[in-house]
Design a protein around this ligand. Sequence first.
Ligand SMILES: Nc1nc2c(ncn2[C@@H]2O[C@H](COP(=O)(O)OP(=O)(O)OP(=O)(O)O)[C@@H](O)[C@H]2O)c(=O)[nH]1
Ligand SMILES: [Mg+2]
Length: 439
Amino acid sequence: MTETIFAVATGRGKAGLSVIRVSGPDAAKALDFLHVGSLRPRRASLRRLKMPDGRIIDEALCLWFPGPDSFTGEDTVEFQCHGALSVVALMMETLGLIPGFRLARPGEFSRRALDNGRMDLTEAEGLADLIDSETEQQRQQAIRQLTGGLSCEIDHWRTDLIGVLALFEANLDFSDEGDVDTGVLVQAESRLSRIRDQMGKVLATGTRGERLREGITIVLAGAPNAGKSTLLNVLAQRDIAIVSSIPGTTRDIVEVRLDLGGYPVTLLDTAGLRESSDAIEQEGVRRMLARAAVADIVVWLRSGDEADSAIPDEIRSIPGLLMPVVTQIDRYKAGWEDLAISALTGEGMDELVRTLTELVHNLMGQGGEGAVLTRARHREAVAEALESVDRALAVLHSAGTELVVEEVRIAMRAIARVTGHVGIDDILDQLFSQFCIGK
Ligand SMILES: Nc1nc2c(ncn2[C@@H]2O[C@H](COP(=O)(O)OP(=O)(O)OP(=O)(O)O)[C@@H](O)[C@H]2O)c(=O)[nH]1
Ligand SMILES: [Mg+2]
């Protein structure tokens, strides 16, 4: 028996309103229990919510969504109460008194929407990403996935792969010994090649989607006094890191989250790189190198008077992008080859931000472009499907039909994992019920 669940859907703390959601077979009981009475479906009604003894809890807008036309697909009630901590606490307590009602677990409403076929796995992931999104590009990517961007692409592949199976099926029905007509082979080849190209294109977006979800890391590195902490404070527009003229001021990593042209970025201020006998400073340098080694971009800062100094090998060898920048140009007048800034006067800062944004954009791409794989599990599944399609193409003209069909089946299973669509075997069972494969 499915339990009826309830939870506060809005943020914690004092607010104008709090939305409380109830979903499950007994959701309508909440309306009786709170003395709301009957409601017209999907219409907001202002009602007094009362305790069993008749005392008023709150005056609230009440909504009734009979299943299956609700977010979860189940009967659902929503209360838009006043956002007072006291109201929310009493509502939770009162709903908990209704037999068969319990507090929802995290994500349980979405889980039920998934189980009831109201959305697929990629759409559920898109919803989670939308709620977590901090920047415009993240929002665009999440909305795209939430509205079926990736599932549409996968559905196309699935339909096309079923089409390939159907070609063989139709052919085998009419041939005696399973010799496949060359016409069928040519058609299968062209369809499989098309699927391969489409999958290849989506896979070529690589880890961009994942990067956009997680944000990218930019490390500010350089010799002591290069102006790393000053630059971090200017970019963050807050006084976060300690700045002083004493070299070796920063030892710990100082992290700040930034929105750079709509992209989420974590910016790191680090200890200045130099030989030191100070154990704490040595540890700071060790931490800087460790973070630089896994950063997406390392900005190597040098003050104007050291602009000609070579970039140390430890920094040159990092796998991420390296961007050399000359600092404090208000103090040292000369022509610089690298991008040059003064955090004090703001000279060159626009160009620095523009260049960084461009680098980040190239790493992550535009959230609104095409179908994007936003999780490693998407990438692995599509790569597996592509391998099978490749193998099917390779054996198409030489090996038996069974091998081709088997590879197509594997490809279908792999992409079905992405959307979490079960029942793929049903489609195949139906398709192959008269299929004389392996006779
Ligand atoms: N004139 C001028 N001074 C600057 C500029 N940027 C930083 N400074 C000064 O340079 C000194 C060092 O700056 P910091 O930002 O602390 O340098 P850092 O690279 O963080 O140094 P460590 O933490 O010791 O590695 C401070 O006195 C700053 O005020 C600039 O653009 N112009
Ligand atoms: Mg510093």
